[in-house]
Design a protein around this ligand. Sequence first.
Ligand code: 5GP
Ligand code: MG
Length: 176
Amino acid sequence: MRIADLEFEPFLDQSEIESAIERVAKEVADDYLNKTPLFVGVLNGSFRFVSEFIKHYPQSCEVSFVKLSSYQGLSSTGIVETLLDVSESVEGRDIVVLEDIIDSGRTLQELIHLFSAQNISSFAIATLFFKPSKYKKEYQINYKAIDLPDEFVVGYGLDYKEKGRELNDLYILKNS
Ligand code: 5GP
Ligand code: MG
């Protein structure tokens, strides 16, 4: 499949992605019994993950979003900027960040920085996709749905040049 100037091939289908999300939602629920966590989705890529996660989250919770940016095209620029902040008061809250994908971990570091300045009760991170061979930071990711090889992927909310977010399955860059 062609997206902009690149060729991609199918990698994971929607049902595999969604059963992994359901598993993670239940793991989180077990850890937050009798709590009302504030789930913070990281836009734009996590919108689908958040929606599916919430479908399977059986307990009291709240949902909000932040927007950061670090990627242009295929590789991280390393510049992470907060474009849109969490509007709710996060003081005293149990925050669980929902990320679409963790690659180098720079975006995650910025999120940790963002929340460490506030008086929150607890912080955890759940990511839909994780690239273990790329991640170089010390922070231990609390919840991971699916590990990926070190290749660029699109679909299920993730884009290439803003295209492909609408794809139900996940596609991986084709090595020519
Ligand atoms: P990091 O800051 O961990 O290097 O990169 C995280 C962000 O880069 C993700 O939130 C996502 O927006 C983008 N990203 C990293 N890897 C990929 C990938 O394989 N495909 C797409 N579409 N975006 C990615
Ligand atoms: Mg992102």
